[in-house]
Design a protein around this ligand. Sequence first.
Ligand SMILES: Cc1ncc(COP(=O)(O)O)c(C=O)c1O
Length: 413
Amino acid sequence: MQTALSLETIRKDFPILQRKVRENKLLVYLDNASTSQKPIQVIDAINDYYKNQNANIHRAVYALAEEATEAYENTRTKIAKFLNVQKREEIIFVRGTTEAINLVAYSWGRQNVNKGDIIVTTEYEHHSNIVPWQLLTKERGAKLEYIGVDDNGELILDQLDSYLETGKVKLVTFSQMSNVLGTITNTDEIIKRCKKVGVKTLIDGAQSVPHMKVDLSKLECDFFAFSAHKMLGPTGVGVLWVRKEVLETMQPFHGGGDMIREVHKYETTWNDLPYKFEAGTPNIADVIGFSAAIDYLNKIGMDNIRNHEIELTKYALDKMSKVKGITIYGPKDIAKRGGVISFNFHDVHPHDVATIIDKDGVAVRSGHHCAQVLMERLDVAATNRASFYVYNTKQEIDALIGSLNKVAELFKL
Ligand SMILES: Cc1ncc(COP(=O)(O)O)c(C=O)c1O
């Protein structure tokens, strides 16, 4: 990796990668699209907060409370810088991508989506970018439509045009990178077409922000969501970014402490942005841990991370495509995909494949990957999925292939 940190140094920062699993096998962790591992710097930051700074934020005036508030708010500023957002009040802390999308559907959706309106999503969305819109459209008497996926694993954008032509579309919502196919969406093109007709856009950045440079000042979408735990940070923290003009029109999602200015018996006025959308005691420790994760990513450099994953993915696709009986899904062109490779092996059930290779310490996901609509489109019940991150090596890909060969031997394929 072309960075100040060598791959060897990076791996030493992740204690879990030193672990042996099953029959004393070194862990080969290839389930990063699900969640990433955490470097010691993140673990220490959380530990240090509980040991030395633990206090509630935005309330008390004593030293600990001030320190905790400062550390929490500094993370907001750091994230704004990471995404090139000029207005830090546009960054809202939530539990993750799922909560971020539900917030938009509940608040903005209920105010703006009416009978006969259309919400457009895609066939390669995670359930968290489908189910909230099903709930909303059913409640409001609106319709949910899908942009289809072609045989190369890319979106069929002509279908977007036919929805936009109806004049009824209120929002187009899509992931910047598919968590199953690895496809990198042509985000600029979708936003351009939507903006031309005044339609809002939401981007699910759960799989993109951890793996490539994302500049929100250039993207021109209206809503953007992602999770800390897929980018070296802790679970239970995520971010919703909303363009300020839109955020100012939105009603709160949750009611409670911190999101208010004044509460009377029958009326309440709201706090300033972003606090209006952060009710109750937030996940302070993990937001502070998230800050350490961003420092770590910045130290490596997002472009270096993308390049490292391109190299690994190229290597893996090349080696895997030579394995007899393998079916690989998603774009062939490396520039159009991230480090996520879904595959099926002969007709062995993906759970069996994953169980057998786990004996060698190789951890890959098997199942529908919270993307059952896509499974239907691919006409499969499930797939295996190997997904890479900053600490993965070519030797680990070799280990995966070696274990797949053992599956073939076992099933006499
Ligand atoms: C593309 C995509 N969107 C949304 C999510 C949901 O993220 P979370 O479970 O952190 O809310 C995931 C998680 O796998 C994902 O891959």
